[in-house]
Design a protein around this ligand. Structure first.
Ligand SMILES: NC(=O)c1ccc[n+]([C@@H]2O[C@H](COP(=O)([O-])OP(=O)(O)OC[C@H]3O[C@@H](n4cnc5c(N)ncnc54)[C@H](O)[C@@H]3O)[C@@H](O)[C@H]2O)c1
Length: 312
């Protein structure tokens, strides 16, 4: 534990008198989710198998709060209060024992997530709500691994969590009405806009986004237009803040490929088949921002967007 929770909402009536939130996985999404709950006055326990990752996550949250302070959107005192709301643990058993809500934001791997939810059967308090931030794994399948499928729900935050307003709420087959209503209210308490959808492959966000990204890659593959042209057309013509190829680099091309496969398998419809160019790029290790190259090149420290030599 790095510090004790310091918060006024520990007894949130919404969460059966328990206000504590546990976030499993302290990566990109986990640290963002911890950030927004801590800022809204909730005690948050961030859990990760890696102590180093936990240290990094707390440092990232602090740096992101500093950015908000510099912009004048929060005060130094508010930052100090929020940071004092965050504690860390390396085991699920210790990290969820006081939780009213657990949000799982661990690596996107079905077996790993099913295993985490099975552990929650005995580790989480009776009545605790169990949410997953998965981008593509079925909430119904995750729920079926637990004793409490009616208490399992999808809470799909967008990256970067402190900035993006949307939370896609996904009702599994067995999710109770009471759990859905609680999670909608809670999302509003965070200042987010919840949108409720049912559990089918890709939910709504990725079911619509990924075919658009795939179509952009197919257009490039067929030589209809170049990287810059495709992205500029979608930015200036459709008022998208970022073109689909740049967005794919940002999400990670391996992640895009895996979500397209979930759509293709889940619906059995060839319209979701990933473009062969996307498959090749992932095999070549060109994964976008995280590997330093995708459709664009990401030189350390450079803010300039340079098209990869492969596509010139
Ligand atoms: N990155 C995005 O843009 C994005 C957006 C929306 C949803 N998601 C979803 O959020 C989840 C997390 O994604 P991410 O990008 O933050 O991943 P990430 O790789 O940055 O972080 C995952 C973390 O989970 C930890 N972890 C793995 N197994 C664990 C276990 N058994 N117990 C505790 N911690 C464990 C890892 O150590 C790592 O720190 C995934 O389900 C992903 O699909 C990601």
């Amino acid at each position: 534990m790095n510090n004790a929770p310091n918060n006024s909402e520990t007894k949130n009536p919404l969460l059966g008198g328990r206000g504590a939130i546990s976030v499993i996985g302290a990566g990109t999404m986990g640290n963002g989710i911890a950030h927004v709950f801590a800022q809204s006055g909730f005690a948050v326990t961030l859990i990760d198998v890696s102590a180093i990752q936990l240290e990094k996550a707390v440092a990232t949250i602090s740096k992101n709060f500093d950015r908000q302070v510099a912009k004048g959107t929060i005060t130094e005192a508010a930052k100090a209060l929020a940071m004092a709301n965050i504690s860390t643990e390396t085991t699920i058993a210790a990290g969820v024992k006081n939780a009213g809500l657990v949000i799982e934001a661990a690596t996107e791997n079905t077996e790993l997530k099913l295993n985490i939810f099975k552990q929650l059967d005995s580790a989480a308090p009776e009545g605790c709500i169990l949410a997953s931030n998965t981008s593509s794994i079925s909430i119904t399948k995750i729920a079926a691994a637990t004793k409490w499928p009616e208490r399992v729900i999808g809470m799909h935050f967008m990256n970067p969590v402190p900035v993006m307003q949307l939370v896609e709420i996904i009702n599994g087959y067995a999710t109770s009405k009471e759990v859905t209503e609680t999670i909608i209210t809670l999302s509003k308490q965070l200042g987010k806009v919840p949108c409720l959808v049912n559990d089918y492959p890709g939910f709504i966000a990725n079911r619509i986004l990924m075919p658009m990204i795939n179509e952009a890659i197919i257009s490039l593959y067929e030589g209809v237009a170049g990287v810059e042209e495709i992205d500029t057309i979608m930015k200036l013509g459709m008022a998208h803040p970022m073109g689909p190829l740049q967005l794919a680099d940002f999400i990670g091309l391996d992640v895009c490929l895996s979500i397209l496969k979930v759509l293709q398998d889940g619906f059995g419809n060839p319209k979701y088949a990933p473009c062969p160019l996307l498959v090749n790029m992932v095999m070549a290790g060109k994964l976008g921002v995280k590997s330093g190259e995708g459709f664009y090149i990401y030189a350390a420290g450079s803010k300039e967007l340079l098209v990869s030599a492969r596509f010139k």
